[in-house]
Design a protein around this ligand. Structure first.
Ligand SMILES: CC(C)(COP(=O)(O)OP(=O)(O)OC[C@H]1O[C@@H](n2cnc3c(N)ncnc32)[C@H](O)[C@@H]1OP(=O)(O)O)[C@@H](O)C(=O)NCCC(=O)NCCS
Length: 148
């Protein structure tokens, strides 16, 4: 088995390689999102609340995650969104490395709680989050859709 070194780093510029990687990865999470463009990636990288992380296998981007940190009167909170590992790179710890890196950044930023959602049909994702210490919250999650 080839030895794989996964590095996780923050992306601060919407370079062509990052845009191309996200254009390949996002459809592996959702088929309803608008096509990834440079403008969309720039929106993510320039937002002060948002940290775009990528996992690399050598130079190649094989996974991504977005960490959102925000401050409210009850304390700093965070959400993890868009966790995606390329089909060809799954099952060797890339997802775990991405989530662990996001949690470490949230902790360093003084965040009280890190939330995320995952449909119960995403069995691999749910196992990953439970393994890393996330617990299911008993709450109702509401959404108002504005783009439909
Ligand atoms: C969910 C997802 C991000 C997980 O990524 P991943 O890189 O495969 O995750 P990991 O490799 O850390 O963990 C997956 C499995 O590999 C195992 N694993 C990790 N490192 C390993 C290694 N070196 N050797 C063997 N197995 C390993 C883990 O124990 C885990 O086992 P499990 O499936 O029995 O729980 C990925 O499957 C994905 O992108 N899915 C589609 C999109 C999606 O559902 N995203 C989540 C939205 S909430």
């Amino acid at each position: 088995v080839a030895r794989v070194v996964t590095t996780v780093e923050e992306v601060t510029d919407a370079t062509d390689d990052v845009v191309a990687a996200l254009a390949r990865l996002v459809p592996q999470l959702t088929t309803t999102a608008p096509p990834v463009s440079t403008e969309i990636v720039r929106d993510v990288t320039t937002s002060p609340a948002t940290t775009l992380l990528v996992a690399r296998d050598g130079a190649e981007i094989v996974g991504t995650l977005t960490l959102v940190i925000f401050a409210i009167a009850s304390g700093r909170r965070a959400w993890i969104e868009d966790v995606i590992v390329d089909e060809r790179a799954r099952g060797r710890g890339v997802g775990e490395a991405l989530v662990a890196a996001a949690v470490a950044r949230a902790r360093a930023a003084g965040v009280r709680t890190v939330d995320l959602t995952s449909r119960s049909t995403r069995e691999g994702a749910n196992r990953l989050y439970l393994r890393l210490g996330f617990a299911v919250r008993e709450t109702n999650l509401y959404r108002l859709t504005l783009d439909g």
